[in-house]
Ligand binder design. Structure first.
Ligand SMILES: Cc1cc2nc3c(=O)[nH]c(=O)nc-3n(C[C@H](O)[C@H](O)[C@H](O)COP(=O)(O)OP(=O)(O)OC[C@H]3O[C@@H](n4cnc5c(N)ncnc54)[C@H](O)[C@@H]3O)c2cc1C
Length: 397
């Protein structure tokens, strides 16, 4: 078997994390030779990745900011008896934009013809043989000083041990009349919660373009398509948007674990979902994926593993607390009452605390403010207690 070119970095998985790492490396280590391998026919899938601007570390802004497709100065949340505008700037990166920017990066490195390179190989799955070697789809072995596992959920050996799920169906529309809102509504929550916490998510990309996404937090990974379509249609009707063209659909399901994930021994450096670099309680990957990319790219080559491990260790209490919140949500509170947890979050927390929570930089005092207070109605304490004992979670009761 041929042993092909050696790279400084081999990135396995060209989704959100793999592409962010490519951009951070191009900025901090333009001399590095990087191979990015994606099993799908192209990079990035079909997503809209939103985040709070305050999620992004200041030192990552130079390479991160050019990737941002849309920005808004704030957003709304709507619950029964509570509407709040949160004045934290909110923003989005699109799959299409990130794909194009990453391809451009590879073309620019090629045109420079210097030592640095970004080579993209898509269309075949790649196997991680060791922390410094991968096997490509054609069987060729490739060495890398660092192999970075960015395979997302595909890296996990099976379903998560104990988790709830956040499932989504979203449509992007062109609308025939001006959309009535200029800022996102991150949660539009109606009182008739049928089978878990559900809400509509609204991103106005312009006066005539909007993404409407149905989201449900539930014990099971399925999504009620009819319910999603009904809520989206209701919102279009409320907005007076009768003349619409559907431009795109995105869907997916994200586990929200309350058990710590198992990690394979001697595994390669792992980022994104594969490495636990995502916010377990919000489902947002961006804050930790951007942080991972920046730390990795700044680290001296022989210190990459150590610096990432130190950063993860420094964050382990927060990761544990995020999983604990998921346990509270999925095991302690009954499905029809879950929305009250989120209403309380937005009722009592200041913008500073909200921003630190989403950015995964919350303090002990922030954590206490989230959980200490009058308990929600609809508790299931027995189920909550059982969730600590069963390795597969409490089961549906
Ligand atoms: C519908 C939906 C909406 C979301 N919205 C947001 C949001 O607004 N903001 C946010 O921050 N997060 C959001 N998330 C979460 C976020 O999309 C994911 O957590 C994030 O994509 C994880 O990044 P990743 O790079 O680890 O994995 P992915 O983006 O899934 O990328 C993994 C890549 O690895 C590839 N791959 C897998 N196995 C192999 C292999 N053997 N060889 C080569 N390639 C391989 C896959 O094809 C894929 O392209 C959302 C998730 C969903 C499902």
């Amino acid at each position: 078997m041929s042993r092909a070119t050696r790279y400084d970095h081999v990135i396995v998985g060209g989704g959100l994390q793999g592409c962010l790492v490519s951009h951070a490396l191009a900025h901090h280590r333009p001399e590095a030779r990087v191979l990015l391998v994606e099993r799908a026919s192209d990079l990035c899938g079909n997503h809209t990745w939103s985040f709070h601007e305050s999620d992004i570390p200041e030192q990552a802004r130079a390479w991160f900011d050019p990737l941002v497709a849309h920005r808004w100065p704030g957003y709304l949340v709507r619950f029964p008896a509570l509407t709040r505008r949160v004045g934290i700037p909110y923003a989005t990166i699109s799959s299409a934009g990130l794909r194009e920017a990453t391809r451009r990066l590879a073309a620019e490195a090629h045109a420079r013809a210097g030592r640095g390179a970004l080579v993209i190989r898509s269309g075949a799955a790649c196997e991680i043989v060791s922390p410094t070697c991968v096997r490509l789809g054609d069987g060729a072995l490739v060495d890398g000083a660092t192999v970075i596992d960015c395979r997302g959920r595909a890296a996990a050996p099976g379903p998560p041990r104990g988790a709830g799920y956040q499932s989504f169906i979203g449509h992007e529309f062109r609308v025939g009349r001006r959309w009535p809102a200029a800022e996102p509504t991150v949660m539009d929550v109606r009182e008739d919660q049928a089978s878990g916490f559900e809400f509509l998510y609204e991103l106005p990309f312009g006066p005539d373009r909007v993404l409407l996404e149905y989201t449900r937090f539930s014990e099971d990974p399925g999504c009620d398509e009819a319910r999603a379509e009904a809520l989206i249609a209701t919102r279009l009707a409320e907005a007076g948007a009768h003349d619409t063209e559907r431009l795109r659909t995105e869907r997916g399901c994200l586990p929200m674990p309350y058990e710590a994930p198992a990690r394979a021994p001697n595994a390669a450096v792992a980022g994104g979902y594969a490495g636990g670099w995502y916010h377990a309680a919000t489902g947002y990957s961006m804050p930790l994926a951007a942080r991972f990319a920046d730390i990795l790219a700044r680290a001296a080559p022989d210190r990459v593993g150590a610096e990432l491990a130190a950063a993860a260790a420094g964050d382990s209490l927060r990761r544990g607390f995020a999983r604990f919140l998921n346990r509270l949500l999925f095991c302690l509170v009954t499905p029809r009452d879950r929305w009250k947890i989120f209403r309380r979050f937005y009722r009592v927390l200041s913008e500073e605390r909200i921003s630190r929570f989403y950015a995964h930089r919350f303090t002990v005092a922030d954590a206490a403010r989230i959980v200490v207070g009058r308990p929600p109605s609809g508790l299931a304490p027995l189920r909550f207690a059982r969730s600590f004992l069963s390795p597969t979670g409490p089961g549906l009761t």
